[in-house]
Write a protein that binds this ligand. Structure first.
Ligand SMILES: [Zn+2]
Length: 149
């Protein structure tokens, strides 16, 4: 769907600034507000930081973007709105996992733990990975420092 149609479909007025911000999100898929501001303003220095904040809020409210707290505690904006899961790599890459089966297993597994008057709204699994090579190196360094003293 064209960006202008996408914006219209959720009831947002099409502005050049909104177009630019959505285009950046389509390219990067996930990003913190600082990353998004950096990319948007590197191409369009005229768009102010407060405008970008307002646009991100309006996109989230309109259901055009979702957001979650990432591995480092920062809010990450996400172009994918429907329920999905994430892998966070040691290289700060974020990989989407769209796996309804995984969600379903978790849903069934935790069902009895959910208070009676509550229902599961959204399941989001975070998996963090570490670099195998760096992991080995770290162990070696730790060993050396404890050996020496
Ligand atoms: Zn995602």
């Amino acid at each position: 769907m064209k960006i202008s149609n996408k914006l219209k479909s959720v009831g947002l007025k099409v502005t050049p600034q909104r177009r630019v911000v959505y285009e950046v999100m389509q390219k990067i898929c996930h990003g913190s507000i600082d990353e998004i501001i950096g990319i948007v303003r590197s191409q369009n220095p005229d768009i102010t930081i407060s405008t970008i904040y307002r646009i991100m809020d309006s996109f989230c409210q309109a259901g055009l973007l979702s957001k979650f707290v990432g591995n480092n505690g920062k809010v990450i904006y996400d172009i994918t709105v429907k329920e999905h899961h994430h892998i966070f790599t040691s290289g700060e890459e974020i990989i989407d996992i769209e796996d309804e089966w995984l969600s379903e297993i978790i849903r069934e597994h935790v069902l009895l733990k959910i208070p009676e008057n509550e229902a599961i709204d959204r399941i989001s699994v975070y998996i963090s990975t570490k670099n195998k090579e760096n992991g080995k190196e770290k162990i070696d360094i730790d060993k050396r420092s404890s050996d020496s003293g």
